[in-house]
Design a protein around this ligand. Structure first.
Ligand SMILES: C[S@@+](CC[C@H](N)C(=O)[O-])C[C@H]1O[C@@H](n2cnc3c(N)ncnc32)[C@H](O)[C@@H]1O
Length: 380
């Protein structure tokens, strides 16, 4: 079938700093809006994704409000990467066992049912696949008429210089849709060296003059001695005895080999967690320099562009909050592959004929967003 001109527009629930939105946009999908409860996401989201950000609890988002974010006539994509941490349930003073397992996925379900977007996508940790709440989510999508596919994706195969596995779900009302396969073979995985070697050298505790995010945490004297004694890819077993600590061994006698350790140059990095700036929290030591990786290096290993802005110029750079935002993000390169698969899917189907499900059904009354900005969409 010849390619047609069709607009595709996404709303990103739980948008964070915009890793997912940025990748979808790179694939040619217009970003109508991002929604997140955390005000720290507003600046990076708007500065890089250049789409409206709504600081809002998704539990308080009505189907009508959501529906109004998409431009009229576009093929609507709903991205809903519900966080796996149950922290938001504590805010309400409850912690039932159901809430402790991805309760926010039910909110995505509610909003899908209320708006029936043509395409739905979600990214999450692989272990979600075996949970009852995820299975119920998939069953709900199928009951609503979606074709659903989900798969655990290994990020290096998508051009991300990092060993990270993520569950990606795609669902469509337009026909069969597939999670994209990674195109990068094992021999061609991007390495830590390719990703970060060109950055200016730093001492521990130092911040680069030209980039406030290229900033490395101060090490204690003993940790400085430890990293000086560490080899790339090695373990604490390389250290002399007095540098070793009881915490390097579990009571079972087995050992933590991947803490207080250096990365190697010639492989993708380990998974970038929310604590990747902390030398003791994983294999987060720089391969050569005597320090943990900087926040900028963590972001690049997540496949964010070198100049992605994470914090407003007048705001301080805090390791804990920035580390969390970077570690929690969907790697943009993975998101881009998902976006390209969605664009390809939409191009390959006769969308206008099949788009018979548009509706807004939400029992809850919802107020309009104040100051809503007209939603952009891309043409493919
Ligand atoms: C895994 S992160 C999302 C990462 C994002 N997709 C990206 O690619 O950068 C989950 C996000 O959910 C947000 N969040 C948690 N509970 C929320 C809620 N009830 N309503 C809206 N956002 C929420 C957090 O602030 C966090 O930014």
């Amino acid at each position: 079938m010849a390619p047609r001109t069709v607009q595709i527009s996404a709303v990103d629930l739980f948008c964070g700093v915009g890793g997912l939105s940025y990748g979808l946009k790179e694939a040619g999908i217009g970003i109508a809006a991002g929604v997140d409860i955390d005000p720290a996401c507003e600046y990076p989201y708007q500065a890089n994704v250049r789409a409206p950000f709504h600081k809002k609890d998704v539990r308080d988002l009505g189907a009508e409000e959501l529906s109004a974010m998409w431009p009229k006539g576009a093929i609507r994509v709903l991205a809903g990467c519900a966080p796996c941490q149950p922290f938001s349930s504590y805010r309400r003073g409850t912690d039932t066992s159901r809430e402790a397992q991805w309760p926010l996925i039910d909110e995505v379900s509610r909003l899908v049912e209320g708006t029936m977007p043509e395409v739905v996508t979600m990214e999450n940790v692989p272990r979600i696949g075996s949970t009852p709440i995820f299975k119920a989510f998939v069953a709900k999508l199928e009951e609503l008429g979606y074709r659903v596919q989900y798969e655990s994706c290994h990020c290096p195969a998508y051009g991300v210089p990092q060993h990270r596995r993520r569950m990606v779900l795609v669902a469509s009302l337009l026909g069969e849709i597939r999670v994209p396969k990674g195109k990068v073979g094992t021999d061609d995985y991007l390495t830590v060296e390719q990703a970060i070697r060109q950055l200016p050298p730093l001492a521990h505790g130092e911040t680069d003059q030209g980039d406030r995010l290229h900033k490395s945490r101060t090490l204690t004297d003993v940790n400085l001695e430890r990293i000086r004694s560490s080899k790339p890819g090695g373990t604490w077993e390389d250290w002399r005895e007095e540098l070793r600590a009881p915490c390097h061994r579990k009571s079972s006698g087995s050992t933590f080999r991947n803490v207080y350790a250096r990365m190697t140059w010639d492989e993708p990095s380990p998974t970038i967690t929310t604590l990747s700036y902390n030398y003791g929290a994983g294999r987060f030591g720089h391969p050569e320099q005597d320090r943990a990786i900087s926040l900028r290096e963590a972001a690049i290993l997540q496949s964010f562009p070198r100049d992605y802005e994470f914090v407003a110029p007048e705001k301080p750079v805090h390791f804990a909050s920035l580390g969390r935002l970077i570690g929690n993000a969907v790697p943009p390169k993975l998101a881009q592959a998902v976006g390209e698969a969605i664009v390809q899917h939409v191009r390959s189907v006769d969308a206008p004929v099949k788009r018979t499900h548009r509706r807004v059904v939400d029992p809850r009354t919802s107020a309009k967003f104040p100051g809503r900005v007209p939603s952009p969409s891309a043409t493919v």
